[in-house]
Design a binder for this molecule. Structure first.
Ligand code: PAF
Length: 295
């Protein structure tokens, strides 16, 4: 295996220092592992743009709420290393929890501005602490890797928007690249959590994307956002799915969108389908910073 596996931030810094000094550009692909084609698309996008590709592999405990699937989150490091190498990663940074969160860890990175307490961040859902965990670990990765570009999936649209804001507000020098969602042939967005779906639930799950496409087509046909969401909701109901949320929000600041005002609109859905909590989204209107295509 030629991919280099590094376990500590000190070793990672030491490995990257000469590469940076030699003028090489560094791309970062943060992951929690159990790689699927969506992750591989991020690695390939990084490979195309950067001289050195670092993939982090760390199931970040601070972004899981109590009672969520931290313990059961799927893990298979050997498989991940083989897939990461095949997709073009040079280094896999797979630290221990202690390396990331040393004893007495007490510093958090929190994004406000109404970006982290809506949609998945609503306190009745995953809550803002979920995003606090994400931004804290990603800020730490930015500090350790000092990447020229960092790659995130459009499937986690809210996460990408929150990280983009954090990077801007805290002057991280990395470019945030959002890579389009990779889907199964029936439209289901790829996710490590799809492994939780029973065969029957796997059949129902593509209704999320069907609902989003229904909303998109309704809007393209001249329907209001409200009517488009109602159409989408019907598709979910027919599949026996009660969404946690199905909402239209402006993609730049996540305020509720009642009508098009020239800004792109994020239509986002989350739903529990059997044992899996699934999320998906489409962006309607002009191309936005919410879905900056990978070049
Ligand atoms: O999207 C994910 O897998 C995680 O939220 C991330 C960005 C790797 C942070 O733990």
């Amino acid at each position: 295996m030629s991919v280099q596996v590094i376990r500590t931030k000190d070793d990672l810094r030491a490995a990257l220092r000469p590469r940076r000094r030699a003028g090489e550009t560094i791309g970062l692909v943060p992951t929690m592992g159990y790689l699927h084609d969506g992750h591989l698309a991020l690695i390939r996008a990084a490979r195309e743009r950067c001289d050195v590709v670092v993939m982090s592999l760390f199931v970040n405990p601070t972004q899981f709420r109590e009672g969520e699937d931290l313990e059961s989150y799927p893990r298979d490091e050997e498989r991940d290393l083989a897939l990461a190498e095949e997709a073009g990663a040079d280094i896999v940074y797979a630290p221990s929890v202690e390396d990331v969160y040393p004893n007495g860890f007490a510093t958090w990175v929190e994004v406000g501005g109404g970006l982290t307490d809506v949609l998945c961040g609503d306190p009745g859902r995953r809550g803002p602490d979920h995003f606090r965990g994400v931004t804290t670990v990603v800020a730490k990765l930015f500090n350790t890797v000092e990447p020229d570009a960092s790659f995130f999936g459009q499937k986690d649209a809210q996460q990408a928007i929150v990280i983009r804001r954090m990077a801007r507000d805290l002057d991280f020098r990395t470019e945030i690249v959002t890579v389009p969602t990779v889907r199964e042939p029936d439209g289901l967005a790829m996710s490590s959590r799809n492994t939780y779906l029973s065969p029957a639930d796997r059949e129902r799950a593509p209704a999320l994307y069907r609902a989003l496409r229904t909303a998109q087509e309704a809007v393209e046909g001249g329907a209001s956002l409200d009517d488009a969401l109602a159409d989408a909701r019907r598709v979910l109901t027919e599949a026996g799915i009660e969404p946690e949320y199905l909402e239209a929000r402006y993609a730049d600041d996540l305020t509720p969108a009642a009508a098009f005002d020239g800004r792109p609109v994020l239509v986002a859905v989350a739903a529990r389908v059997g044992a899996a909590r699934l999320i998906d989204n489409v962006v309607l209107g002009p191309p936005s910073e919410a879905e900056t295509p990978a070049e």
